[in-house]
Write a protein that binds this ligand. Structure first.
Ligand SMILES: Cc1cc2nc3c(=O)[nH]c(=O)nc-3n(C[C@H](O)[C@H](O)[C@H](O)COP(=O)(O)OP(=O)(O)OC[C@H]3O[C@@H](n4cnc5c(N)ncnc54)[C@H](O)[C@@H]3O)c2cc1C
Length: 328
């Protein structure tokens, strides 16, 4: 199948979704491709139930509700979304268009590209535990999509970053018993979350084992227990699920082979336009870098606006888009 569009947006995270809104406002045709089966990027894949409290004008919102709102915001523009398709190749054609091929065989011809691919394809960092693959999807989970699955279950979470802290706080409210295991004596994640976890442990809402590591897993067919090693010795903890939440190893995948200037896994852009070194190709959100870059959702929104205005100008012989405010 060959598809033509003005702008192809790669990535349906918050940056890509807001870029689609800006494309609609500027009357550019746009499509979005994302390798995940659902829109929302990290918000949907990593922390759908976490409360976000740093989006201007929205005091608090669950991550999945923010995604729903972003999707509602682009509804009027009927932007097609190709989910579950990874963009594999990109080539610049002599007529200044681009040709991209996706994992499901679609070919997209477009005149500008917004790369909103975040961390790239999601690949969880897995612990080095003998036989762990035998229990994957049989009690070992690297991502949480449905809280209800964990209701009234015994859970062991390992990790000390935001993901481990956020999920421990959330799942402790539904689990029968939750034990958070962390190999250090302090947390890497948000200090406010770390404080809350310690408070929850103090009043028995969860168990907290610091300076501890999960060292073995066991069970007949499904996971039944984990072994936890601490300086004072080893204990066996019965559990239905073990969730090592050690973050994602950034895998840019095909994007890293497309010839962009890359610094520590991010694409270098001109901060005024978010253009990469290739005219007509822009990078926004967590994927892009420039001096002073902050990896926040709100940064991606601003970059989406800058990139789409720059793309408009690029596609219209240098003409600036009129600033339009939505009226109703
Ligand atoms: C646990 C946690 C909590 C956080 N909390 C906050 C918070 O409270 N406030 C805040 O501002 N930020 C928070 N962040 C950061 C925030 O999630 C990111 O800044 C934001 O998700 C970046 O959005 P994005 O659209 O640029 O990229 P992403 O959300 O990473 O989306 C990128 C999308 O691109 C897709 N993709 C990648 N490569 C391809 C390809 N080749 N083909 C097709 N699709 C592709 C991916 O599948 C993904 O869906 C948090 C992050 C984590 C991990």
């Amino acid at each position: 199948m060959t598809i033509s569009t003005d702008v192809l947006i790669i990535g349906a995270g918050p940056s890509g979704l807001f870029a689609a809104f800006k494309a609609g406002q500027l009357e550019l045709s746009a499509r979005i491709v994302d390798s995940l089966p659902q829109a929302g990027g990290q918000l949907a894949e990593l922390y759908p139930y976490k409360t976000i409290s740093d989006v201007p004008g929205i005091p608090t919102i669950e991550a999945k509700s923010l995604v729903d709102n972003l999707l509602r915001q682009i509804e009027p523009f009927n932007i097609s979304m190709h989910l579950g398709e990874r963009v594999e190749t990109l080539s610049a054609l002599p007529d200044k268009t681009f040709e991209l091929h996706t994992s499901s065989g679609s070919i997209v011809i477009c005149r500008a590209i917004i790369l909103a691919a975040g961390l790239g394809s999601f690949a969880p960092r897995k612990p080095d535990l003998a036989g762990i693959q035998l229990f994957e999807n049989k009690g070992v989970e690297y991502a949480i999509h449905d809280i209800e699955k964990f209701r009234a279950k015994n859970l062991v979470i390992a990790g000390g970053g935001d993901s481990a802290l956020d999920w421990s706080m959330q799942l402790a409210t539904v689990a029968q018993r939750l034990c958070l295991v962390h190999r250090r004596s302090d947390f890497r994640g948000n200090p406010a979350s770390a404080h809350k976890i310690k408070q929850m442990a103090a009043i028995g809402q969860l168990e907290l084992l610091m300076n501890a590591n999960v060292t073995r897993l066991g069970g007949a067919e499904y996971l039944e227990w984990v072994e936890i090693t601490r300086p004072e010795g080893t204990i066996q903890v019965d559990c239905n699920y073990f969730m090592p939440l050690f973050g994602l190893s950034p895998k840019l995948g095909p994007i890293s082979t497309w010839g962009f200037q890359i610094q520590k896994g991010n694409l270098c852009v001109n901060p005024a336009t978010c253009q990469t070194k290739v005219p007509g190709v822009y990078a926004i959100g967590d994927l892009c870098t420039y001096e002073g870059k902050l990896k926040f959702i709100l940064s991606g929104f601003q970059e989406a606006a800058l990139a789409m205005h720059a793309a408009y100008s690029y596609l219209n012989g240098g003409k600036q888009a009129k600033i339009r405010y939505a009226t109703d």
